[in-house]
Design a protein around this ligand. Structure first.
Ligand SMILES: C[S@@+](CC[C@H](N)C(=O)[O-])C[C@H]1O[C@@H](n2cnc3c(N)ncnc32)[C@H](O)[C@@H]1O
Length: 384
């Protein structure tokens, strides 16, 4: 989790809008408390604040996913982020202070004082799920004494997950956690072509997102999100339900303009009016209700902002005989396989790996530019 500094007087109009409700941070021993101030309808000069105060960037965007109220940050560990001259230029264009942009909070808590709950920041990633997960419980155990001292009587949030949500979390964590990012292969394309495809789908040539605030729902390994933040020069928040956020942070966490959080489309932890673009690619159909997931994320773009959602199509699944066979097999195998421990999953999937290899390498690869050939590793990932 990264934070950045004061809103400066001469910031661009869209940044002003983005910061229309904002906060500032005051250090109290090791605890930062958030003083909320309303800027709606004020002039840029009125929103400038003294340079010696820091304002957490991600905190400005995050709210408690249950109550949609502001959170207080307790910072435990942080590390410096090296900013290039270009990064500093970009931050200045956003009207933000580069000095405090260069700090990464790796461990700490995000606290809702009213409800007496906290969300862990673990391995640099805020864990914003409203139900306890393995990682959150482990965090609680590891830091039990410190939490008791600093926040007596506080607990993890204990709401119910959405139907099937824990299973989806588990199955996608299996898919991504041991995935080694490789530029040359992103699904069935090279990552470069994958990115260009997304660029086309999001119509970025005509509707650029330079210096805008973008949210990706369901980032997976984070390859698209990282490309977007780098090449389109936007500030991007990537959210995912699963522990895919950990490899995403490992591979792309150094990008100062990419914030990664663990959270669910059903309980997004953002104010509802801040994103210029919200996109979600290949995600919502993995939930118990695509409609309900859509209903939740469609509130996230700001007024006049854009929403892009892509889900699997029945038509595409029925397109050819091979696809029909593959999809039928998937429907039979998947519900059984995801219940197995990881090594057994791999063994169970081995018999269908040749089908994926044949499908991708012989049938689907018809000389299209950017199509990659699967090796066993990629075929196994696709099968998962
Ligand atoms: C097929 S992957 C797609 C990843 C990425 N969008 C891409 O195109 O490479 C689907 C991702 O959606 C995530 N996901 C599933 N349900 C979710 C939810 N309710 N909220 C957020 N992410 C979710 C999964 O954890 C998984 O990483």
């Amino acid at each position: 989790m990264r934070y950045c500094g004061d809103v400066m007087p001469a910031r661009p109009a869209d940044t002003l809008r983005r910061n229309s409700i904002s906060g500032e941070m005051v250090k109290t021993s090791r605890i930062f408390s958030v003083l909320q101030s309303e800027f709606l309808g004020t002039s840029p000069n009125q929103v400038s604040k003294p340079r010696d105060k820091m304002k957490p960037r991600l905190l400005e965007l995050l709210v408690c996913p249950i109550e949609k109220t502001r959170l207080e940050l307790i910072e435990w560990e942080s590390s410096p982020v090296t900013l290039s001259r270009k990064d500093i230029g970009r931050i200045e264009r956003l009207g933000l202070n580069p000095v405090v942009f260069s700090k990464e909070i790796t461990s700490g808590l995000l606290v809702n004082r009213t409800r007496k709950i906290f969300y862990p920041i673990h391995n640099g990633v805020p864990r914003m799920l409203v139900f306890p997960t393995g990682v959150a419980r482990h965090f609680l155990q590891t830091h039990a004494k410190r939490i008791r001292q600093e926040l007596p009587g506080y607990t993890l949030p204990e709401d119910m997950p959405m139907p099937g949500e824990e299973a989806v979390l588990r199955s996608f964590s299996n898919e991504w956690v041991n995935y080694d990012w490789d530029e040359r292969t992103y699904w069935n394309l090279s990552s470069d072509v994958m990115y260009k495809t997304m660029r086309f789908l999001l119509d970025l040539a005509h509707r650029p997102v330079r210096d805008k605030l973008v949210l990706e729902v369901g980032i997976g390994i984070g390859g698209i999100a990282n490309y977007m933040a780098l090449k389109e020069e936007c500030e991007l928040v990537g959210m995912d339900l699963s522990y895919a956020v950990d490899p995403a942070y490992k591979y792309f966490g150094r990008n100062p303009f990419l914030h990664i959080i663990q959270g669910s489309a059903f309980k997004p932890s953002f104010r509802g009016d801040i994103f210029d673009l919200v996109y979600s690619h290949g995600v919502l159909h993995h939930t118990f209700s695509t409609k309900s997931a859509f209903d939740n994320i469609c509130k996230l773009p700001r007024h006049g902002g854009r929403l892009y959602v892509w889900v699997y199509s029945h038509y595409d699944e029925e397109r050819t005989l091979e696809r029909r066979i593959l999809m039928k097999m998937e429907r039979i195998i998947r519900p059984v396989v995801w219940r197995l421990p990881n090594p057994l999953q791999t063994i169970a999937l081995l018999p269908i790996i040749p089908l994926y290899l044949i499908h991708q390498n012989l049938l689907d690869d018809r000389g299209q530019p950017g199509m990659v050939k699967y090796k066993v590793r990629e075929a196994l990932h696709a099968a998962r």
